[in-house]
Write a protein of this length. Sequence first.
Length: 158
Amino acid sequence: MRVLRWLLIGRTDGLRARARRRLRQVAHPGPRGPVAHATPAHPAGGVTNGALDAGRVPAGFEAVLRQRELQEGALREVFVGGRSVALALVDGQVYAMDGTCPHAGGPLAEGLLDGTTLSCPMHGWSFDVVTGECHVNPEDRIRILAVRVVDDVVCVEA
Ligand code: FES
């Protein structure tokens, strides 16, 4: 059974998982990419990505996108330190978590969000985006990452 699962789905850090992530980046380079590529400088001369890079990003964090790019109740994938991270906006609060399901490597940012419950698109395991707890298997959880929003720019713990 494990071999069959491995053949069909692959490992979280395996070649197929990395290829899938890379293909998603290539297929959706704009809205899924980091803020430096996705968001042009503020047209009215306000905050720019460069200004944030010049010391406004908190130490240990990485700027990923502007909060206004997130939709309430929706998920969005970004990459922090080359790792997939799923962002969720719930009641105006941004939550960040590992973007890869601990079950078999499913892309959590492509799952469904219902309140603070995120369901993996592959086999339906569900997780709490606030605590990281898994509702299906209490021994598994997703890592929750700290988030700081600076002048509408979402910064995620690196
Ligand atoms: S990969 Fe199986 S539930 Fe996420």
